[in-house]
Design a protein around this ligand. Structure first.
Ligand code: DX5
Ligand code: ZN
Length: 230
């Protein structure tokens, strides 16, 4: 009976920690320290770093150096989302920069199993990310290796886009498969759709422009945390 309740509570996302992970991609980099304090005081559980190389995605953001500076400026664990080609070459750099989690895209490597073990051996939590059109089927054999799955709910490269609704169906399917797994939704998450994201089964919520695009990121972050019962 207990097992059934536990299973049910996981499926309903009741037992998993609900985490807000603000993305600094659209933060004011001239006052990044202030922005980091704001999300820390606002109850964020992670800081999401969107690493972009201009090849896998049509934008360039920042690398291990800036990531290390950000790590020195916050107590929050670094959640590094690598939207880059040849991630094998850089995971060591991000581990050195202080990453707690490294998400790699299944679409960027021929050897996903090996890459996830490489991240694990660096003492960093491995996570796998997939783009909106990429099926869950492509990651089903690594679900027991990862600590988290990142489901992109926008086409990667930019903040401020609208959430793609069918991605919630993908999250629903994944939650059914893995009641106890951390499932991160990334892209287009707002105050008016985050409960639908939670209901679908996500429990880690990347929020970029909807926090850093507001006049008071601390208060807005606190609103998101309260909304999901984090
Ligand atoms: C897009 C990034 C997302 C994005 C989120 O490629 O992976 O993390 O910055 O920003 P919003 O919340 O504005 O969609
Ligand atoms: Zn991201």
């Amino acid at each position: 009976m207990r097992g059934l309740f536990r299973e049910l509570s996981y499926i309903l996302g009741m037992s998993l920690k609900q985490i807000i992970a603000p993305s600094v991609l659209n933060a004011n980099f001239l006052e990044l320290g202030k922005g980091l304090n704001a999300i820390e005081n606002g109850g964020a559980g992670l800081v999401h770093l969107d690493i972009m190389d201009g090849h896998f995605v049509p934008n360039i953001s920042f690398g291990p150096g800036i990531s290390a500076c950000i790590g020195k400026g916050t107590k929050l664990p670094l959640d590094c989302h690598l939207m880059i080609e040849n991630p094998e070459k850089y995971v060591g750099e991000f581990a050195k920069a202080g990453a707690s989690i490294i998400s790699v895209h299944a679409e960027t490597t021929n050897h996903l199993d090996r890459l996830l073990h490489q991240i694990k051996e660096l003492g960093v939590k491995p996570a796998v990310a997939i783009n909106p059109a990429t099926p869950l089927e492509s990651i089903k054999w690594v679900l027991d290796i990862v600590d988290m799955v990142l489901i992109m709910s926008v086409n990667p490269g930019f903040g401020g886009q609208s959430l793609i609704p069918y991605c919630l169906d993908k999250i629903r399917e994944l939650r059914q498969l893995k009641p106890e797994l951390d499932i991160q939704i990334d892209g287009g998450v707002k105050l008016d759709n985050i409960l639908a994201c939670k209901e679908a089964g996500a429990n880690v919520f990347v929020v970029g422009s909807a926090i850093f695009g507001t006049a008071d990121p601390e208060a807005t972050c606190r609103e998101f945390v309260k909304k999901v019962g984090g």
